[in-house]
Design a protein around this ligand. Structure first.
Ligand code: NG6
Ligand code: CA
Length: 521
């Protein structure tokens, strides 16, 4: 009897707490697991289901067949760090200083107080994990302590589990960090990292090209690790160094373990592949499998990882209750600093498809990326032309999980769940694109603010999309941004300019609630 009374009291108190403190709420009963797969530099034209001819992508094609294939989905930015910052925080990265492409020893750019996708989902009971490329910095001001417990990091941002490549494959340190400690570190061989003066006596690409199995085409000539010279200097940590060729297998194994161990608990897994970013060193079993050189082989490796994850969902009976999203952090690049034959071997494959530009570019291919969304029984398979921005995932997933974001947080994120689920085929009315300058998409119009930068990147051969006079394109008739209508469509230009100025000045996306502090004024 006493036990019964205690139980009743407990459940009464829990109910009371849930009402009094929304942070103790649980996800809506219908909320699915979320498997979020982010490729690195995968282009709009790369997957076969987007018209790519250079590599077979059966797993991505499967997602396209079983889910929604978006044709106008965007990363916020044309490079990695800003794009991932926006994806996790719901804030356009150009609002915050220090969110450009980070060196490998940068401090964490997201404040531990900031709301993130992981904190939102964790607070309603999701088990949250991140596996793969991070590139958002680690540790407090001054950078991470590679030889200790690295704090703050993913756990301070709401992730229960993390297994990271700290920055990029072409930047030191070349070690994995699991739950904020370097994996396999020998305390007698401490790690030192520098992006300024050299540290240690390790060979460098500049001085010792004879040790290289992959040669740089530009930059990337500092410490040599696994026969590849990188950006930055590193010494120590010999036992912990990764082998690039095994990276995809390592990430996949960790991701599968995370999914298996989450059984019975709702999960959010952010799987951030390194493929097909440079240096491209896929496992030997993928080398030569594509018809577009090593870049195609790296995409084949990525597609294999996707297949492993989808198979695991099937095997564990989780597929119908898991929302799968697959996208990329920015547009494609072919020569991004190593002489790996990618340019010579493209064989007619067009990484950006019919779009103009690529990674780093203000043109559409800078930010418009593949996006596949699958939730069996809940999303009708097909193609969606909805304009979508990755900055909207946080508000959309909050809605999906039946929770709310605190006022003032995720200021640029709008609930785009109806678009993700295929019920809204128009999507956003406007979205900001970010490369060397800001652009605005207003429906099918594309406005690029005037910018004096170079026209073309001499190494990557990408059109940057800089023009001092400003640019406006009508994508409904000119999807490849060939005809600048800056003089002819000056009314549209003015409209776009005013809309963009408003978004910039207001500090949040119009339609989003004012920050709490502002609302109280
Ligand atoms: C550039 C690197 C490029 C790549 C990029 C970041 C050079 C010459 N180029 O600075 O190789 O690492 O940064 O890519 O060093 S991203 O996908 O992480 O944004
Ligand atoms: Ca990238």
């Amino acid at each position: 009897m006493n036990r019964l009374r205690t139980l009743c009291l407990q459940s009464f108190l829990t109910t009371l707490l849930l009402y009094a403190n929304p942070e103790m709420a649980w996800a809506a009963a219908s909320a699915p697991n979320i498997l979020f797969i982010m490729a690195d530099d995968l282009g709009f034209g790369d997957p076969a289901c987007y018209g790519g001819t250079g590599v077979k992508t059966p797993s991505m094609d499967r997602l396209a067949k079983e889910g929604l294939r978006f044709t106008d989905a965007h990363a916020t930015s044309a490079t990695c760090t800003p794009s991932r910052y926006a994806f996790l925080t719901g804030e356009y990265p150009w609002r915050k200083a220090g969110t450009g492409v980070l060196p490998g020893d940068a401090a964490l750019v997201i404040e531990p107080m900031q709301t993130t996708l992981a904190t939102v989902l964790k607070q309603v009971g999701y088990r949250t994990g991140v596996v793969g490329k991070w590139h958002l910095g680690l540790g407090a001001k001054g950078g991470p302590d590679w030889n200790g417990h690295i704090r703050p990091g993913p756990s301070e941002l709401g992730f229960d589990y993390s297994f990271l490549m700290p920055a990029t494959g072409d930047r030191v340190p070349c070690v994995f960090v699991e739950n904020q400690r370097v994996v396999g570190l020998d305390p007698n061989d401490p790690i030192r990292v520098s992006f300024g003066a050299p540290v240690g006596n390790e060979p460098t690409g500049k001085k010792n090209p004879e040790f290289l199995k992959l040669h740089p085409s530009h930059g990337h000539d500092q410490t040599i690790i696994n026969g590849v010279s990188r950006i930055g200097y590193m010494t120590g940590g010999k036992a912990a160094l990764w082998k690039d060729e095994d990276m995809a297998d390592t990430f996949t194994a960790r991701a599968l373990r995370f999914i298996e161990e989450s059984r019975g608990q709702r999960f959010f897994l952010y799987f951030a592949s390194h493929d097909p970013h440079v240096p491209r060193l896929p496992h030997p079993r993928f080398v030569g499998t594509s018809s577009s050189g090593i870049r195609g082989d790296a995409i084949a490796e990525f597609d294999w990882c996707v297949g492993q994850l989808l198979n695991a969902l099937d095997r564990l009976g989780l597929a119908s209750n898991t929302l799968v999203v697959l996208t990329s952090d920015n547009g494609p690049v072919v020569d991004d600093g190593y002489r790996d034959g990618s340019v010579e071997n493209l064989n007619g494959h067009k990484p950006a498809g019919y779009l103009r530009g690529g990674k780093y570019s203000n043109f559409e291919a800078g930010t418009r990326v593949p996006m596949l969304v699958r939730w069996p029984g809940r999303i009708k398979p097909g193609v969606s032309k909805a304009l979508f921005s990755q900055v909207d995932f946080i508000a959309s997933f909050a809605k999906l999980a039946g929770t709310q974001i605190k006022a003032g947080q995720a200021p640029d994120s709008l609930n785009a769940l109806p678009a993700l689920l295929g019920r809204d085929r128009k999507g956003r009315s406007s979205a900001v694109e970010h490369a060397s300058t800001l652009s605005l998409r207003l429906g099918t119009w594309k406005y690029i603010t005037s910018s004096n930068g170079p026209k073309q990147n001499t190494y990557t051969q990408t059109d940057y999309g800089n023009d001092a006079a400003g640019q406006i394109y009508d994508l409904s008739t000119d999807p490849s941004e060939g005809t600048n209508l800056v003089t002819k469509a000056s009314d549209k230009r003015t409209l776009c300019k005013e809309s963009l100025n408003k978004i910039v000045q207001q500090g949040r996306m119009p339609g989003n609630p004012a920050p709490r502090s502002e609302a109280l004024k």
